[in-house]
Write a protein that binds this ligand. Structure first.
Ligand code: GLN
Length: 491
């Protein structure tokens, strides 16, 4: 086996265990590909080649020891190269959140999700590009410049986990971590033609995930296939005393042997096939639903009647929480400082010069929505409607097992296409926001291509803590199709 091609997670782990390849060679191959492609794609903000090679060396030593004494326990992901979105802290590695306000911030601690994967044996090759503080749908809001879509460099990779999605799509790494507050794992996965899982709120600790909308933020995984994600997820999940919202549930066991959609009740919400959606997206998703039917699923039209309120509700709650969360960046606690005569001038200069336009917009929106006299009318009202959206899902899941829908109304749009209009950009999130408001898991995976050769993807949403159901359903689909194997041609 050759190290030139970055393989699936499963193939990689098998090859490592068989001794067909070393983690060192594999990591070198990933780093080489990053070096060759990232000048044009810009998926990474901070590559960490030395650290990666040290970790790989260590992994190879553990494999060697295990070969001497196979009774030793082998960390389950030993030697697997992965990339990490730059809103997840990793001790000793610069964490910018795509913002100039954290340009030189080196966290002294590691996010629980990352730490658990490192304990499980992964090799970390670097931090990936993101919209500033994960606010965006295209990675164009990164203060360090956009990431480009590997399928077409004139197109966005989606966002905010656009760097992670592009890195997996360009086969720089077998898998990457992302975060999803309103779609940021699923939508970039969809635009880049990879598989992306947004977990249930509470499934994975948020400790060390730089807070955006605390009641919405989740950690997710991007990889080539549902099978690959199922190999990674169990090693991150579970209770963490450092995050009071993490649930004390056993790690999900995902038995793909039995993966089948026979008898699976798939709900198709009529509110998700609306006017304005790109025809090829609607057609592609409908065709994928038909494939599920042929594989034995029962398809049922359902209604999620409050879907139309998801967008305004999200764009009140997320900025409100963001405005509180981002108050901590003041030139004292984290990152660089812009001096001023008086303390408030120093705050003003630091925040004024170092936050980008979208972040400022959201802080103003959120502060306004939380201000005395407006709180009940905006934030309070949004919370009530959020409860109705949650009820929509609860009643749907009393009728069906999973919900099938598009991920976004379009395929990857052109860089700059929505830059002039925040509202246009927010509309891209219409199909992903509801799952975050309800806290349920969702998975995005490729189901075809549009006439421009850009990936078309489908989303499955499931009941709380049923990631197993989503992964098994997506796996059954991927067993019958080969869209997830397709990768862009890159020089
Ligand atoms: N696009 C949405 C936003 O800008 C969601 C981002 C996310 O999930 N982090 O808020």
């Amino acid at each position: 086996m050759k190290a030139e091609n970055v393989m699936s997670v499963r193939a990689t782990l098998e090859a490592l265990r068989q001794g067909d390849i070393t983690s060192y060679d594999l990591t070198k191959a990933c780093l080489k590909r990053m070096e060759a492609l990232d000048g044009s794609l810009h998926a990474f903000l901070t590559p960490t080649p030395e650290l990666a090679l040290r970790q790989a060396d260590e992994a190879d030593r553990k494999y060697a020891a295990w070969r001497q004494d196979p009774s030793q326990e082998l960390p389950p992901l030993l030697g697997l190269p992965m990339a990490v979105k730059d809103v997840l802290a990793q001790a000793g590695v610069r964490c910018t959140c795509g913002s100039k306000i954290l340009e030189n911030f080196i966290p002294p601690y590691t996010a629980t999700s990352v730490e658990r994967l490192i304990r499980a044996g992964i090799v970390t090759v670097g931090k990936t590009n993101t919209d500033e503080f994960a606010m965006g749908s295209s990675t164009e809001n990164s203060a360090y410049g956009p990431t480009r879509n590997p399928w077409n460099p004139e197109r966005v990779p989606g966002g905010s986990s656009g760097g992670s999605a592009a890195a997996v799509a360009a086969r720089m790494v077998p898998a990457a971590l992302g975060t999803d507050t309103g779609g940021s794992v699923r939508q970039p996965a969809a635009f880049c033609g990879v598989t992306g899982l947004k977990t249930t709120y509470g499934r994975i600790s948020r400790y060390g995930l730089v807070a955006y909308g605390s009641s919405l933020d989740t950690v997710g995984v991007l990889a080539q296939s549902a099978e690959d994600i199922s190999l990674i997820l169990p090693h991150m999940a579970g209770r963490d005393p450092r995050d009071a919202t993490s649930m004390d549930l056993p790690a999900p066991t995902i038995d793909l042997e039995k993966a089948s959609v026979k008898g699976l009740r798939v709900g198709v919400p009529k509110e998700y096939f609306i006017e304005g959606i790109q025809t090829e997206v609607a057609q592609g998703v409908r065709a994928a639903i038909e494939t599920l039917r042929q594989l034995g699923a029962e398809i049922k039209e359902i209604s999620l009647p409050n879907t139309e309120y998801a967008l305004p509700v999200y764009y009140l709650i997320a900025p409100a929480e963001a405005s509180a969360n981002l108050a901590r960046y003041d030139g004292i606690r984290f990152g660089p400082r812009e001096e001023g005569e008086r303390m408030w001038e120093m705050f003003f200069n630091t925040r004024g010069k170092r936050f980008g336009a979208e972040v400022k917009r959201r802080i103003m929106l959120g502060t306004y929505a939380l201000s005395a006299g407006y709180y009940d009318a905006y934030y309070g009202q949004a919370q009530k409607v959020r409860t109705l959206i949650k009820h929509d899902f609860e009643s749907a899941f009393s009728e069906v097992d999973v919900i099938a829908a598009p991920v976004a109304p379009t395929t990857a749009f052109r860089i700059g296409q929505h830059s002039g209009s925040p509202l246009e950009m927010y509309l891209e999130d219409i199909f992903t926001l509801p799952a975050n408001l309800a806290g349920v898991p969702g998975i995005a995976f490729p189901v075809g291509f549009d006439s421009q050769g850009l990936p078309v993807s489908m989303q499955l949403m499931g009941p709380h803590f049923r990631e197993d159901l989503l992964l098994r359903s997506a796996h059954a689909y991927q067993q019958a199709t080969d869209y997830h194997f397709q990768s862009p041609e890159l020089a």
